[in-house]
Design a protein around this ligand. Structure first.
Ligand code: TMP
Ligand code: MG
Length: 200
């Protein structure tokens, strides 16, 4: 589907960790900046891994961001801190946001804003992550990126959480901010979730 860039729509970049989601988000933001259009970049405060004031990919490309606690902060910023609606907004780690982010993205897209979101489609258990299923259903364009399975070299669509080198249990907390020490990209066959009831 060819999207008309001067009309509002929602695009979502999803996939496992180490698939290049943030890099792809940054690429799209840079293209907008080259065209001298406004793009306001948000990320959740909870993700303080590489920087508190920037979106940073695992390979260390970075762009300045506004760090927010929830979707209300994004709404307040857009409606109170800037004079007019921007050409685009970008949200990284969108899986961490509350459900208000969905109506906000829809409202902005309805009002002509290009909305670009990046996030994990699945959590470490292999279950759909938070707001992602609904956002993926409601958006105009999905880019699903894969990583390389760190065990077998296959197509990684899952993220393996490791606690002291062993697979995390199904009932562990979903949110655990981290990178290489705790997480690996895995394919569906090498992804291990001890104590998962069904194999779904
Ligand atoms: P990334 O997609 O940019 O690599 O970052 C994903 C972040 O999400 C990272 O801080 C780890 C965190 N995370 C969770 O909190 N729970 C999970 O189940 C998974 C897979 C990742
Ligand atoms: Mg990322």
């Amino acid at each position: 589907m060819e999207l008309e860039f001067n009309k509002g729509f929602i695009e979502v970049i999803c996939g496992s960790m180490y698939a290049g989601k943030t890099e792809e988000l940054l690429r799209r933001i840079r293209r907008i900046q080259y065209a001298k259009k406004d793009c306001i970049v948000f990320k959740p405060k909870i993700d303080n891994r590489y920087s508190a004031t920037e979106v940073v990919s695992h390979n260390n490309t970075r762009i300045t961001s506004i760090n927010v606690s929830n979707s209300c902060d994004i709404r307040n910023y857009i409606y109170n801190e800037v004079k007019e609606l921007p050409y685009a907004i970008a949200i990284d780690e969108v899986q961490f946001f509350d459900s208000g982010v969905i109506s906000l993205c829809e409202e902005l897209a309805d009002n002509g804003v290009r909305v670009i979101c990046a996030g994990l489609d699945l959590d470490f258990r292999g279950e759909p992550f938070g707001v992602m299923p609904e956002l993926l259903a409601r958006c105009e364009k999905v880019t699903k990126l894969n990583a390389i399975c760190q065990k077998c070299g296959g197509i990684a669509t899952r993220t393996q959480r490791l606690i002291n080198g062993s697979p995390a249990y199904y009932e562990d907390d979903v949110i655990l901010v981290g990178a290489k020490e705790q997480y690996e990209a895995r394919c569906r066959h090498c992804h291990e979730v001890p104590r998962r009831k069904s194999n779904g």
